[in-house]
Design a protein around this ligand. Structure first.
Ligand code: PPS
Length: 300
């Protein structure tokens, strides 16, 4: 019997019969997980944090949580407070109390699969694909069992990534779909790099988008709430909290890992970096996504 390849992560593809829509999940998930997520009905008050994997989701979730809770952190594990729709499903998402504060929901679903409500708010964050890919490699090193991959190989992962044969499909398709909705009244489109460069400005922008009441609150009391939010969403503070998937990952593979712009230079070959640059240009020909990171050219 051929021995199992433990260097390549494994995925499963699901197809929804009623719509024909397809989605790729890490290998351990089932069609029932997907089906359950698709049953969730978006509420007026919901705040969605939407993204392709490894683009700053957890950071944006933390910022959104802090804004909505006036600077107070959640207690306990983060996924007990913030459901991930596609993995936790409808029931667990509905079980999160939203009687006092809006429910904050994490999702990597592409635009067409996210539950829609014209009153709900949708934050989308993206990050340059070279850093997103490098971060994804470390993600799989930390979560080996969901991908049935004991010894992930960066080169093999790169091949799958370039073909879009990884969870939630192709980075560029995901970005293009959401980018087309960047000017919708209830969508705020953000760059990881902008949050990194000027967190104060981006936090204020997010608060204003979530509602005037949040923006006003941030400025009250000599800006004390704003300062708390900036401190509690900083990389060093978040890294120090033992609330991120604490039971799953080995000590030496932290989920809050490095948090910088340009770390891909330490991990990707010149060919791999070129390949991702060219893919961005190709996919961005007619829509503007290829220019998103022009102002960060010195780092990228
Ligand atoms: S996931 O698994 O898809 O939800 O991952 P995601 O949260 O989208 O991305 C993880 C990367 O974001 C970095 N991160 C941060 N960077 C800067 N500041 C803060 N506060 C912060 N919090 C998380 C995290 O370290 C991952 O990036 P890398 O490059 O791997 O360090």
């Amino acid at each position: 019997m051929a021995s199992e390849d433990l260097t390549t992560p494994k995925f499963v593809k699901f197809r929804e019969d009623s719509t024909g829509l397809e989605i790729v999940y890490p290998a351990v998930f089932t069609y029932e997980d997907f089906e359950s997520a698709r049953k969730y009905k978006a509420k007026d008050s919901d705040v969605y944090v939407c993204s392709y994997p490894k683009t700053g989701t957890t950071w944006l979730l933390t910022i959104a949580w802090l804004i909505v809770h006036h600077g107070e952190e959640f207690s306990g594990n983060y996924r007990d407070n913030i459901p991930m729709l596609e993995f936790d499903g409808c029931e667990s998402t509905e079980a999160i109390d939203d009687s006092k504060f809006p429910r904050i929901i994490k999702t990597h679903f592409p635009y067409k699969l996210v539950p829609k409500n014209s009153k709900a708010k949708y934050l989308y964050i993206t990050r340059n694909p070279k850093d997103a890919f490098a971060s994804y490699y470390f993600h799989i090193r930390g979560f080996r069992s969901p991908y049935k991959c004991e010894n992930p190989d960066l080169n093999k992962l790169y091949e799958l990534y370039m073909k879009g044969e990884v969870e939630f499909g192709c980075f560029f398709d995901h970005l293009k779909e959401w980018y087309a909705h960047r000017n919708d009244a209830n969508v705020l489109f953000l760059l990881y790099e902008d949050v990194k460069q000027d967190p104060r400005n981006e936090v204020l922008k997010i608060a204003k988008f979530l509602g005037d009441e949040y923006e006003k609150k941030l400025k009250m009391d000599d800006g004390k709430i704003l300062e708390n939010i900036l401190e509690r969403s900083s990389f060093s503070h978040m890294k120090g909290r033992n609330v991120w998937h604490k039971t799953f990952r080995p000590e030496n593979e932290p989920f809050i890992r490095k948090g910088v712009i340009g770390d891909w230079k330490n991990h990707l070959s010149a060919e791999q970096a070129d390949g991702l640059d060219r893919a961005l240009m190709e996919h961005g020909k007619d829509n503007g996504i290829s220019k998103l990171w022009n102002k960060y050219a010195e780092f990228l």
